[in-house]
Design a protein around this ligand. Structure first.
Ligand SMILES: *Cc1c(COP(=O)(O)O)cnc(C)c1O
Length: 436
């Protein structure tokens, strides 16, 4: 597989380089030079195949020439260790539950696949690869759990003290092994700035092999196409057009779906559902892309004002606005609407939506109005991950899933630092030098 940078078509790299670097040197995003449709017989056989068989075939079609078959098989088996069930919430409306992984959010798919792929490529490197991640919660937990115990890699998570939920904090501060958490006396933006400074620091770069695991990495996007195929395979017998609604922030999840469509999956339409951070729905209406600072909402994993995968979306449609706006509709859902939908769906169907899934559900219903189509909304997190909002909205207590209760029982271990770069640098040097 050869990839190019969205900012320079003639800058080309291997999958290994794209995964290790994350971002292209010109700050563009890596995209495959070729995305070919899968053969007819693959689609015919979809309903009989398991989730991991489907995932393996899609992956080998896309990246099979970049690593040995046995390795790819091992990586897929490790990534797809939990199901992504479709639950019919009401007639012709399905939740695709992507929260059955270790940290109960869809980011587990991307993080697990990326960690294995990077671990494989790291074996050819002399130095340990250090993954630096700033987190406001979900990314840190998925990345830390994904990389836990992966040989040749080490993860350092920087997070703002007192600004992530207790559940989230426990998911990346209690793991030990190759995972280190640094609690920074500052904001999420401070953490992100510190990580950026670390990448630019010549001394650190000379000493350590630093890379990032944020959602711009192509390795996180590839597995996010698998579950579109899987969900679709389970709906083919209905013989109706299938629409997917994606609750979006950085639009990586949507990009996974668009890749699936480019590989020949007959998805009738995409709905992008956002909270008040509606830069993309606005673009779809006005053709103007106007990134701006994010505003805080109850679906906070989607509080993104300048979605990083937007460049990839334009690329997939060859910058053709007509084609893009025919294939994708956008809806902006307010916090009030989100809460109302959560209450209404629970009342009428007993299904408990998390705030992100609720945004997707609301967008889907708006789009489906008057159409005889099947709708799937991506339920990206378990409702208990957003315990306070869900309990307050529904006016009742939730039972904590075992996986979360387990984390809560474990002991937090983190290093402390001020938001001063010199202090962080010293801490990084000390921590990383001690390791083997
Ligand atoms: C990250 C996240 C999203 C947004 O996904 P993108 O790929 O950034 O669009 C939605 N829901 C949850 C629960 C998330 O953690």
């Amino acid at each position: 597989m050869i990839l190019y940078s969205t900012r320079n078509k003639s800058h080309r790299v291997t999958l290994k380089d794209a995964v290790i670097r994350g971002l292209a040197p010109d700050n563009g995003l890596y995209m495959p030079t070729e995305i070919k449709p899968l053969p007819e017989k693959f689609f015919k056989s979809l309903p009989e195949k398991s989730f991991s068989e489907i995932s393996f075939q899609v992956a080998s079609h896309l990246i099979g020439d970049s690593l040995p078959v046995t390795e790819l098989k091992r990586i897929i088996d490790h990534t797809i260790q939990f199901d992504a069930p479709l639950v019919e919430v009401e007639s012709s409306v399905y939740a695709l539950e992507l929260f059955h992984g270790p940290t109960l959010a869809f980011k587990d798919f991307g993080a697990r696949f990326m960690s294995q792929l990077l671990g494989y490529f790291a074996r050819e490197e002399k130095k340990e690869i250090v993954i630096l991640a700033a987190t406001s919660g979900d990314t840190g937990s998925a990345v830390a759990n994904g990389f836990l115990g992966v040989k040749g890699t080490r993860v350092v998570v920087l997070y703002p003290k007192g600004k992530v939920s207790v559940i989230q904090e426990k998911q990346f501060t209690t793991l030990g092994q190759n995972i280190t958490a640094i609690e920074v006396d500052g904001t999420f933006d401070d953490c992100q700035t510190l990580v950026k400074k670390a990448f630019q620091d010549e001394e650190l770069r000379a000493e350590f092999f630093l890379t990032s695991a944020n959602s711009i990495n192509i390795a996180r996007l590839i597995p996010q196409s698998f579950y579109y195929f899987y969900a679709f395979s389970r709906l083919m017998h209905l013989k109706k057009p299938v629409v997917f609604s994606v609750p979006s922030g950085n639009f990586g999840n949507l990009t996974g779906g668009l890749l699936a469509k480019r590989m020949g999956l007959d998805i009738a339409h995409f709905v992008v559902s956002t909270n008040k951070n509606d830069v993309v729905p606005e673009y779809l209406q006005t053709k103007k892309f106007n990134p701006r600072p994010s505003v805080q909402t109850i679906s906070n994993a989607m509080d993104v004002g300048n979605p990083s995968n937007f460049e990839r979306i334009l690329e997939i449609f060859d910058n053709d606005f007509e084609a893009l706006s025919n294939a994708v509709s956008g809806f902006c859902i307010s916090d009030d609407e989100t809460r109302n939908v959560m209450k209404q769906v629970e009342r009428e169907t007993n299904y408990i939506l998390d705030p992100h899934g609720a945004v997707a559900y609301a967008g889907l219903k708006k789009y489906l109005k008057g159409k005889d189509q099947v709708g799937v909304f991506l339920e990206t997190a378990h409702p208990a991950k957003f315990l306070e909002v869900v309990e307050e909205t529904l006016g009742r207590k939730l039972t904590l899933p075992d996986k979360l209760a387990d984390f809560l029982r474990r002991e937090k271990k983190s290093l402390r630092s001020s938001a001063d770069f010199a202090a962080i640098k010293k801490l990084l040097v000390n921590t990383l030098s001690v390791a083997d």
